[in-house]
Design a protein around this ligand. Structure first.
Ligand code: PHE
Length: 340
């Protein structure tokens, strides 16, 4: 019993003398560790004569409890002291200006896509979202390109391992979906979205890029409507002095087909580096919807006509900002993206 009393005394004195958290932890190991003195003292109960055993055991447990509490109190007090010290030495000046949060932004492609859809919305075009995974039928056949038609070579295609399922090479298959949904009502929509082509990646071509397709179908829709729509669009996006020119072209799903150039932004037609001396920049392919395509969409080509156009909007952004490499768009380089 006297051993217990002196153990308690010694432990308490040493605890009060422990100056910091490390000393407290050492103390704890010394008394409560696996070989700790308290544990050993409790174990000793077996050596005590049976008559005193009960009293010894009770006293040993009381000391264990008491020292545990003293240790926890000392540790808590030490934490308080440390906090007070830290607050003193690391004083926080809440009147200093805060650090501004870094604000994100839209990707340049998203922003330009929204600008373009807003312009067409002003002209009464609704947005129709069409699927990116298409079937051969809709991407080609219903657009007047039967299997083995040589015009299919205009679009190098990613085929999936499921026969007849592919990634759309252009937004034009959306024409079929919207026509079949709306027939026989008139249509005035744009179809924006990602397209995929199995092409060599260069400064001018990527394997994925966004297009905006336009489609108007109804009675007496004419080439003049197409031209007026394109000019109005070009002027809204590129400035009121823009003019366009039309060259004849070929697409299987339009007849006649055209390609649309806009006078060069930089030199206004005189010829410069951007337009490679021609004075013109190509902005889209377009034409009058082919009678076979109208029929495939459910419309009667003898009573209904339509125009369609399609443009790659990364190319448009490149013209607008003088971006000389299309690969920047999906390269996730902040040095590029944060300029917009
Ligand atoms: N789909 C064509 C392309 O990707 C563009 C186009 C759309 C041409 C609509 C005419 C009419 O090249």
């Amino acid at each position: 019993m006297s051993d217990l009393a002196s153990l308690e005394q010694r432990a308490l004195t040493q605890l009060t003398a422990s100056a910091d958290e490390a000393a407290l932890r050492d103390w704890h190991t010394q008394y409560f560790g696996k070989q700790g003195e308290i544990l050993l003292a409790v174990k000793k109960v077996g050596e005590v004569p049976p008559a005193e055993r009960r009293a010894y055991g009770q006293e040993a447990n009381r000391i264990k409890e008491c020292l545990t509490q003293a240790y926890e109190k000392a540790l808590a007090a030490e934490h308080e002291k440390k906090l007070a010290r830290d607050l003193q030495s690391d004083a926080l000046d809440v009147t200093l200006p805060g650090r501004p949060a870094r604000v994100g932004r839209l990707h340049v492609a998203t922003r330009d896509m929204r600008r373009i859809t807003a312009i067409f919305a002003d002209m009464g075009f609704q947005v129709y979202r069409s699927r990116e995974v298409e079937d051969d039928l809709t991407n080609f056949e219903l657009l007047n390109m039967p299997p083995h038609h040589p015009a299919r070579d205009m679009w190098d295609t990613f085929h999936t391992t499921t026969g007849g399922v592919l990634l759309r090479t252009h937004t034009s298959p959306g024409q079929i979906h919207i026509m079949r949904e709306c027939c026989p009502k008139p249509i005035r929509v744009i179809l924006p979205g990602m397209c995929y082509r199995y092409e060599a990646i260069t400064t001018r071509s990527e394997i994925m890029f966004q297009q905006v397709e336009g489609l108007a179908v109804g009675e007496k829709v004419s080439m003049t409507d197409l031209k007026g729509t394109i000019i109005a669009f070009a002027r809204r996006l590129f400035g009121k002095d823009r003019t366009v020119r039309i060259r004849s072209s070929y697409f299987p799903f339009t007849e006649p087909s055209i390609e649309v150039d806009m006078d060069c932004l930089v030199c206004a037609g005189k010829g410069c580096g951007l337009c490679k001396g021609t004075g013109w920049l190509e902005i889209m392919g377009a034409g009058m919807v082919h009678p076979i395509v109208l029929k495939n969409g459910g419309y009667d080509p003898s009573r209904t006509s339509g125009f369609a156009f399609g443009m790659g909007i990364q190319r448009i952004s490149m013209l607008q900002y003088g971006i000389d490499d299309i690969r920047y768009f999906w390269a996730n380089d902040l040095r590029f993206l944060s300029q917009f």
